[in-house]
Design a protein around this ligand. Structure first.
Ligand SMILES: Cc1cc2nc3c(=O)[nH]c(=O)nc-3n(C[C@H](O)[C@H](O)[C@H](O)COP(=O)(O)O)c2cc1C
Length: 175
């Protein structure tokens, strides 16, 4: 069972937050798996304006914002992360790079005192530029690692098991 990030218990007991943005559910599914196994809090990033989920508009709007590195408006208040030592940050890949909501979150949040594990989900393309942008934008954070997943879902759980376990070991070792 995943606890909410503002409950009394997690506020005082947890040091790991799994922060994610997901348009179509793959990244959300993975973030939920990670949070559950780590006993971590699950913290969504929410753009003020939601992206279209269908057709040309989806690729046009989301692709444009990622390519142009737009620092988009996010719902306020931004996630409160002061009480966490470690953040597992999960993004979909958009147009070969970090999704605009996660890029904007990094621009608007000071993670310089945090340990950060980077996760990208994609449909099979490269995640190199996505991780480069995340590292560059998360100024000062200590990066624990980065992992790429192709369309994680219930159907790929067996395929992804070892990778998920390995992320959890690294995070637990450092938190
Ligand atoms: C606008 C847009 C651009 C995308 N660009 C890429 C890409 O360059 N490479 C890739 O492998 N997948 C790309 N994808 C696929 C997503 O990265 C992939 O489906 C991801 O798992 C979606 O995560 P979500 O379900 O949490 O939104 C793109 C998806 C969208 C909506």
């Amino acid at each position: 069972m995943v606890r909410q990030h503002n409950s009394w218990y997690t506020h005082y007991m947890n040091t790991v937050a799994v922060v994610f943005y997901s348009l179509e559910g793959h990244t959300k599914y993975l973030a939920e798996q990670l949070a559950e196994r780590l006993g971590a809090d699950l913290v969504p990033i929410q753009p003020k304006k939601t992206y279209p989920t269908k057709g040309f508009a989806k690729f046009f709007c989301a692709g444009r914002d990622a390519i142009l590195k737009w620092n988009i408006a996010l719902q306020q208040p931004l996630p409160e992360l002061e009480s966490y030592d470690t953040v597992v940050l999960c993004t979909p890949v958009w147009a070969g790079t970090t999704s605009a909501p996660v890029y904007s979150f990094l621009k608007q949040t000071d993670l310089s005192s945090k340990k950060l594990f980077l996760i990208a989900t994609c449909r099979g393309g490269s995640t190199k530029r996505c991780f480069e942008r995340m590292r560059k934008t998360a100024k000062g954070a200590s990066i624990l690692g980065e992992e790429r997943f192709v369309h994680p879902s219930e159907q790929t759980q067996e395929r992804d098991e070892a990778q998920i376990e390995s992320i959890c070991s690294v995070v637990q070792e450092h938190s």
